[in-house]
Design a protein around this ligand. Structure first.
Ligand SMILES: NC(=O)c1ccc[n+]([C@@H]2O[C@H](COP(=O)([O-])OP(=O)(O)OC[C@H]3O[C@@H](n4cnc5c(N)ncnc54)[C@H](OP(=O)(O)O)[C@@H]3O)[C@@H](O)[C@H]2O)c1
Length: 227
């Protein structure tokens, strides 16, 4: 019997993470749904299981290395291996730079940059031991060019771009791949509590973007841009 590949997706209770979870599940992957709030993760878990797929909710705050270690230990105790990681969790606060509080700045950088780095650092020894692994870093077109009233968010996504490109070089002679994914706006809860985007309904749906990511995934590109 062929073992199902397991993907750990961060921020999988909402938006693109949820869409990726459902899309990869339909393709036959087992999904570990990660995020800070258990309720939305459990709802996605039920949705996937009702469709005949396999999923499990695992609560984790990626900004906290203890929370990451606790999640990975709990999975190890259940003999659950991880074949792929999708670093999708991210936050954004927008407006003129001086309107952002230090707390806002910390949250953006801690989640988008430090969280991505900490979780990747925690999983790399497992991937190296099993001599396989695949990492998708969900960035944004904000990782490709500067934008008005998005300075800190853009800075965080440029950082993840640099992190991804450097890891690609660092892992060049290993069986571990890293893909940097750059997409434009999506109609997700990301824009709730913000008037930075006037009409998010003009954006692509996360389901459309998730399908495109999956369709590119087999080619294991270093970069995937979906504007
Ligand atoms: N929406 C867009 O227009 C757009 C465009 C390009 C790129 N992106 C990127 O796409 C990714 C997904 O965003 P989205 O649009 O789907 O927004 P979203 O629905 O707000 O999803 C973000 C997810 O991240 C999780 N999260 C936040 N902080 C976390 C933490 N400390 N630890 C673990 N999980 C955390 C949230 O769950 P909890 O709150 O439960 O933890 C939430 O499920 C982000 O990286 C975003 O930057 C979005």
């Amino acid at each position: 019997m062929i073992r199902m590949e397991t993907i750990l997706i961060t921020g999988a209770g909402t938006g693109l993470g949820k869409a990726l979870a459902l899309t990869y599940s339909k393709k036959g992957f087992s999904i570990l749904l990660s995020g800070r709030n258990e309720h939305p993760l459990k709802t996605v878990e039920q949705e996937i299981e009702q469709l005949g797929g396999h999923a499990a909710a695992v609560v984790c705050d990626i900004t906290n290395s203890h929370s990451i270690a606790a999640m990975l230990n709990a999975l190890q105790e259940k003999n659950i291996t991880i074949d792929r990681l999708i670093n999708n969790a991210g936050v954004g606060y927008f407006g003129e730079l001086e309107s952002l509080s230090e707390a806002d700045i910390n949250t953006i950088l801690d989640t988008n940059v430090k969280g991505t780095i900490l979780l990747t650092r925690a999983l790399l020894p497992l991937f190296k031991k099993q001599q396989s692994g695949r990492i998708l870093n969900i960035i944004s077109t904000a990782g490709l060019r500067g934008k008005v009233n998005e300075s800190v968010y853009v800075a965080s996504k440029f950082a993840v771009r640099g992190f991804s490109e450097s890891l690609q070089k660092e892992l060049e002679h290993t069986p571990i791949d890293v893909t940097a994914v750059y997409m434009g706006g999506m109609d997700t809860p990301f824009w709730e509590n913000s008037d930075h985007v006037k009409d998010k309904s003009r954006f692509k749906t996360p389901e459309t973007v998730a399908e495109k990511i999956l369709s590119e995934d087999d080619g294991r590109p270093e970069i995937f841009v979906d504007k």
